[in-house]
Design a protein around this ligand. Sequence first.
Ligand SMILES: [Zn+2]
Length: 284
Amino acid sequence: MSRKKSWMLVGVAALLLSACSGNAGKQQKTEAMADSMQITDNGIKTIRLDGMEVTWIQDNEGEHLMPVSLFSDASDKLIDSLGVQNGIPSSMSTFLVKTADATILFDTGKGLKNSCLTSRLQSLGIAPADIKYIYLTHFHGDHIGGMLKGDSVISPNAQVYAAKMEYDGWMVMPDDAKEQAERVMSAYKDRLHLFEFGDTLPGNVVAMKAVGHTPGHTVYQTGKLLIIGDLIHGAALQMVNPEICASFDMDKKAAIESRKSFLNYAKENGLTIAGMHLPAPAFR
Ligand SMILES: [Zn+2]
Protein backbone atom coordinates (compact mmCIF):
# COMPACT_ATOMS: atom_id res chain seq x y z
CA MET A 1 0.00 0.00 0.00
CA SER A 2 1.34 3.44 -0.88
CA ARG A 3 2.28 5.78 1.93
CA LYS A 4 -0.34 8.28 0.80
CA LYS A 5 -3.06 5.62 0.75
CA SER A 6 -2.19 4.30 4.20
CA TRP A 7 -2.38 7.79 5.70
CA MET A 8 -5.72 8.31 4.02
CA LEU A 9 -6.95 5.17 5.81
CA VAL A 10 -5.65 6.45 9.12
CA GLY A 11 -7.58 9.65 8.48
CA VAL A 12 -10.77 7.72 7.73
CA ALA A 13 -10.33 5.58 10.88
CA ALA A 14 -9.77 8.74 12.92
CA LEU A 15 -12.88 10.35 11.49
CA LEU A 16 -14.93 7.23 12.25
CA LEU A 17 -13.64 7.16 15.80
CA SER A 18 -14.00 10.85 16.47
CA ALA A 19 -17.79 10.66 16.59
CA CYS A 20 -17.69 7.98 19.26
CA SER A 21 -14.76 8.84 21.49
CA GLY A 22 -14.98 11.50 24.15
CA ASN A 23 -11.52 13.06 24.13
CA ALA A 24 -10.40 11.92 20.72
CA GLY A 25 -13.09 13.99 19.02
CA LYS A 26 -11.45 17.18 20.21
CA GLN A 27 -8.02 16.35 18.80
CA GLN A 28 -6.92 18.01 15.59
CA LYS A 29 -4.05 15.85 14.41
CA THR A 30 -5.03 12.58 12.78
CA GLU A 31 -1.53 11.27 13.49
CA ALA A 32 -1.91 11.81 17.23
CA MET A 33 -5.34 10.20 17.17
CA ALA A 34 -4.11 7.12 15.33
CA ASP A 35 -1.44 6.60 17.96
CA SER A 36 -3.76 6.97 20.90
CA MET A 37 -7.13 5.71 19.70
CA GLN A 38 -7.21 2.71 22.06
CA ILE A 39 -6.42 4.85 25.06
CA THR A 40 -8.60 7.85 24.39
CA ASP A 41 -11.73 5.96 23.35
CA ASN A 42 -13.53 5.80 26.65
CA GLY A 43 -16.23 3.48 25.33
CA ILE A 44 -14.05 0.35 25.33
CA LYS A 45 -12.60 -1.66 28.18
CA THR A 46 -11.11 -5.17 28.15
CA ILE A 47 -10.77 -7.37 31.22
CA ARG A 48 -9.24 -10.83 31.50
CA LEU A 49 -11.32 -13.36 33.33
CA ASP A 50 -11.02 -17.15 33.63
CA GLY A 51 -8.79 -17.39 30.55
CA MET A 52 -11.18 -15.23 28.52
CA GLU A 53 -10.86 -11.73 27.14
CA VAL A 54 -14.04 -9.78 27.80
CA THR A 55 -14.41 -6.42 26.09
CA TRP A 56 -17.09 -3.93 26.98
CA ILE A 57 -18.07 -1.87 23.95
CA GLN A 58 -20.42 1.03 24.56
CA ASP A 59 -22.85 1.65 21.70
CA ASN A 60 -23.83 5.14 22.80
CA GLU A 61 -21.63 8.16 22.59
CA GLY A 62 -20.68 9.83 25.88
CA GLU A 63 -22.74 9.49 29.02
CA HIS A 64 -26.26 8.14 29.24
CA LEU A 65 -28.84 8.81 31.94
CA MET A 66 -31.98 6.68 32.34
CA PRO A 67 -34.87 9.07 33.07
CA VAL A 68 -36.27 8.68 36.57
CA SER A 69 -39.77 8.65 35.04
CA LEU A 70 -39.08 5.08 33.81
CA PHE A 71 -39.10 3.86 37.42
CA SER A 72 -42.59 4.74 38.58
CA ASP A 73 -42.35 2.31 41.54
CA ALA A 74 -39.52 4.33 43.07
CA SER A 75 -40.67 6.98 45.54
CA ASP A 76 -39.47 10.58 45.26
CA LYS A 77 -37.91 10.12 48.67
CA LEU A 78 -35.81 7.18 47.45
CA ILE A 79 -34.77 9.02 44.28
CA ASP A 80 -33.80 12.08 46.35
CA SER A 81 -31.86 9.99 48.87
CA LEU A 82 -29.80 8.48 46.02
CA GLY A 83 -29.22 11.91 44.44
CA VAL A 84 -30.36 10.71 41.00
CA GLN A 85 -33.15 13.23 40.37
CA ASN A 86 -31.62 14.14 37.00
CA GLY A 87 -31.43 10.55 35.80
CA ILE A 88 -29.67 7.33 36.68
CA PRO A 89 -26.19 6.74 35.20
CA SER A 90 -26.50 4.03 32.57
CA SER A 91 -25.23 2.99 29.13
CA MET A 92 -26.19 1.16 25.94
CA SER A 93 -23.60 -1.59 25.91
CA THR A 94 -22.49 -4.72 24.11
CA PHE A 95 -19.78 -7.24 25.02
CA LEU A 96 -17.24 -9.11 22.92
CA VAL A 97 -16.05 -12.31 24.58
CA LYS A 98 -13.05 -14.29 23.34
CA THR A 99 -13.07 -17.81 24.77
CA ALA A 100 -10.62 -20.58 23.86
CA ASP A 101 -12.63 -21.61 20.81
CA ALA A 102 -14.98 -18.75 19.88
CA THR A 103 -15.30 -14.97 19.69
CA ILE A 104 -18.84 -13.94 20.49
CA LEU A 105 -20.64 -10.61 20.31
CA PHE A 106 -23.41 -10.29 22.89
CA ASP A 107 -26.13 -7.96 21.56
CA THR A 108 -25.58 -5.34 18.89
CA GLY A 109 -26.80 -1.96 20.15
CA LYS A 110 -29.28 0.29 18.40
CA GLY A 111 -27.74 0.48 14.94
CA LEU A 112 -28.61 4.17 14.65
CA LYS A 113 -26.54 6.86 12.92
CA ASN A 114 -24.87 7.85 16.19
CA SER A 115 -24.26 4.26 17.34
CA CYS A 116 -20.64 3.48 18.08
CA LEU A 117 -20.47 -0.32 18.00
CA THR A 118 -19.16 -0.65 14.44
CA SER A 119 -16.51 2.04 14.72
CA ARG A 120 -15.39 0.74 18.11
CA LEU A 121 -15.14 -2.81 16.75
CA GLN A 122 -13.09 -1.40 13.88
CA SER A 123 -10.75 0.28 16.34
CA LEU A 124 -10.20 -3.22 17.78
CA GLY A 125 -9.38 -4.50 14.30
CA ILE A 126 -12.72 -6.29 13.87
CA ALA A 127 -14.97 -5.76 10.84
CA PRO A 128 -18.67 -6.73 11.01
CA ALA A 129 -17.95 -9.57 8.54
CA ASP A 130 -15.42 -11.03 11.01
CA ILE A 131 -18.11 -11.68 13.63
CA LYS A 132 -18.85 -15.42 13.72
CA TYR A 133 -21.27 -15.56 16.64
CA ILE A 134 -23.94 -13.15 17.87
CA TYR A 135 -25.79 -14.15 21.04
CA LEU A 136 -28.91 -12.12 21.85
CA THR A 137 -30.27 -11.46 25.32
CA HIS A 138 -33.63 -10.31 23.89
CA PHE A 139 -35.27 -8.63 20.92
CA HIS A 140 -35.65 -4.98 21.98
CA GLY A 141 -34.39 -2.51 19.39
CA ASP A 142 -31.41 -1.36 21.45
CA HIS A 143 -30.09 -4.96 21.33
CA ILE A 144 -30.90 -6.15 17.80
CA GLY A 145 -30.85 -2.82 15.90
CA GLY A 146 -27.15 -3.16 15.09
CA MET A 147 -27.74 -6.33 13.04
CA LEU A 148 -29.15 -4.45 10.03
CA LYS A 149 -28.28 -1.32 8.12
CA GLY A 150 -31.50 -0.48 6.29
CA ASP A 151 -32.49 -3.93 5.10
CA SER A 152 -28.90 -5.14 4.70
CA VAL A 153 -27.34 -7.69 7.01
CA ILE A 154 -24.36 -6.17 8.86
CA SER A 155 -22.64 -9.42 9.87
CA PRO A 156 -23.03 -11.75 6.87
CA ASN A 157 -20.93 -14.50 8.44
CA ALA A 158 -22.50 -14.57 11.90
CA GLN A 159 -24.40 -17.47 13.40
CA VAL A 160 -27.10 -15.89 15.55
CA TYR A 161 -28.36 -17.50 18.76
CA ALA A 162 -31.54 -16.54 20.62
CA ALA A 163 -33.98 -18.23 22.98
CA LYS A 164 -36.83 -20.08 21.28
CA MET A 165 -39.10 -18.68 23.99
CA GLU A 166 -38.06 -15.12 23.02
CA TYR A 167 -38.62 -15.75 19.32
CA ASP A 168 -42.00 -17.41 19.84
CA GLY A 169 -43.07 -14.68 22.29
CA TRP A 170 -42.33 -11.86 19.86
CA MET A 171 -43.82 -13.50 16.79
CA VAL A 172 -47.29 -13.54 18.38
CA MET A 173 -47.15 -9.83 19.31
CA PRO A 174 -49.16 -7.23 17.34
CA ASP A 175 -47.63 -6.25 13.99
CA ASP A 176 -46.40 -2.82 15.09
CA ALA A 177 -44.70 -4.26 18.21
CA LYS A 178 -42.91 -7.09 16.42
CA GLU A 179 -42.04 -5.25 13.18
CA GLN A 180 -38.32 -4.78 13.89
CA ALA A 181 -37.82 -8.20 15.52
CA GLU A 182 -39.52 -9.94 12.61
CA ARG A 183 -37.49 -8.01 10.03
CA VAL A 184 -34.15 -8.69 11.75
CA MET A 185 -34.82 -12.38 12.41
CA SER A 186 -36.03 -12.89 8.86
CA ALA A 187 -32.85 -11.29 7.46
CA TYR A 188 -30.76 -13.78 9.48
CA LYS A 189 -33.13 -16.75 9.16
CA ASP A 190 -30.61 -19.05 7.46
CA ARG A 191 -28.19 -18.64 10.35
CA LEU A 192 -30.61 -18.27 13.25
CA HIS A 193 -30.35 -20.89 16.02
CA LEU A 194 -33.15 -21.01 18.57
CA PHE A 195 -32.05 -22.63 21.82
CA GLU A 196 -33.80 -23.99 24.89
CA PHE A 197 -32.83 -22.59 28.28
CA GLY A 198 -30.06 -24.67 29.84
CA ASP A 199 -28.41 -25.36 26.46
CA THR A 200 -24.64 -24.98 26.20
CA LEU A 201 -23.69 -22.93 23.13
CA PRO A 202 -20.35 -22.69 21.24
CA GLY A 203 -17.64 -21.19 23.44
CA ASN A 204 -18.99 -23.14 26.43
CA VAL A 205 -21.62 -20.49 27.11
CA VAL A 206 -24.72 -21.58 29.02
CA ALA A 207 -28.01 -19.85 28.17
CA MET A 208 -30.15 -19.29 31.26
CA LYS A 209 -33.81 -18.39 31.71
CA ALA A 210 -34.24 -14.84 33.05
CA VAL A 211 -37.67 -13.96 31.68
CA GLY A 212 -39.85 -11.00 32.64
CA HIS A 213 -38.18 -8.09 30.90
CA THR A 214 -39.28 -9.83 27.67
CA PRO A 215 -40.92 -13.25 27.06
CA GLY A 216 -37.61 -15.10 26.69
CA HIS A 217 -35.04 -12.73 28.17
CA THR A 218 -31.76 -14.63 28.50
CA VAL A 219 -28.75 -14.41 30.80
CA TYR A 220 -25.50 -16.06 29.66
CA GLN A 221 -22.79 -17.62 31.80
CA THR A 222 -19.35 -18.71 30.79
CA GLY A 223 -16.85 -19.39 33.56
CA LYS A 224 -17.00 -16.57 36.09
CA LEU A 225 -18.73 -14.19 33.68
CA LEU A 226 -22.47 -13.55 33.84
CA ILE A 227 -23.96 -11.44 31.04
CA ILE A 228 -27.23 -10.17 32.45
CA GLY A 229 -28.75 -8.32 29.49
CA ASP A 230 -31.47 -6.00 30.76
CA LEU A 231 -32.00 -7.29 34.29
CA ILE A 232 -30.82 -3.84 35.42
CA HIS A 233 -31.65 -0.48 33.80
CA GLY A 234 -30.82 1.85 36.66
CA ALA A 235 -27.98 0.32 38.68
CA ALA A 236 -27.90 2.91 41.48
CA LEU A 237 -31.56 2.18 42.13
CA GLN A 238 -32.09 -1.49 41.25
CA MET A 239 -28.91 -3.16 42.54
CA VAL A 240 -30.11 -2.42 46.08
CA ASN A 241 -33.84 -2.34 45.30
CA PRO A 242 -34.34 -5.23 42.85
CA GLU A 243 -38.10 -5.11 43.42
CA ILE A 244 -38.24 -1.87 41.42
CA CYS A 245 -38.93 -2.33 37.70
CA ALA A 246 -38.26 -0.13 34.71
CA SER A 247 -41.32 0.50 32.57
CA PHE A 248 -39.66 -1.62 29.84
CA ASP A 249 -40.16 -4.80 31.91
CA MET A 250 -43.06 -6.56 30.16
CA ASP A 251 -43.93 -8.93 33.02
CA LYS A 252 -43.01 -7.10 36.21
CA LYS A 253 -43.50 -10.01 38.61
CA ALA A 254 -41.28 -12.34 36.58
CA ALA A 255 -38.73 -9.56 36.01
CA ILE A 256 -38.40 -8.98 39.76
CA GLU A 257 -37.93 -12.71 40.39
CA SER A 258 -35.27 -12.98 37.68
CA ARG A 259 -33.44 -9.86 38.90
CA LYS A 260 -33.37 -11.03 42.51
CA SER A 261 -32.36 -14.59 41.75
CA PHE A 262 -29.53 -13.71 39.33
CA LEU A 263 -28.11 -10.95 41.56
CA ASN A 264 -27.99 -13.52 44.38
CA TYR A 265 -26.56 -16.19 42.11
CA ALA A 266 -23.76 -13.85 40.98
CA LYS A 267 -22.98 -12.86 44.55
CA GLU A 268 -22.94 -16.44 45.89
CA ASN A 269 -20.69 -17.64 43.09
CA GLY A 270 -18.34 -14.66 42.90
CA LEU A 271 -19.29 -13.91 39.28
CA THR A 272 -18.42 -10.77 37.37
CA ILE A 273 -21.59 -9.20 36.02
CA ALA A 274 -21.68 -7.59 32.58
CA GLY A 275 -24.88 -5.62 31.98
CA MET A 276 -26.14 -3.92 28.84
CA HIS A 277 -27.35 -0.85 30.78
CA LEU A 278 -24.87 -0.71 33.66
CA PRO A 279 -22.96 2.58 33.79
CA ALA A 280 -19.59 2.68 32.03
CA PRO A 281 -17.56 0.52 32.08
CA ALA A 282 -20.47 -1.87 32.40
CA PHE A 283 -18.92 -4.51 34.68
CA ARG A 284 -19.71 -5.21 38.35
ZN1 LIG B 1 -32.15 -2.54 26.60
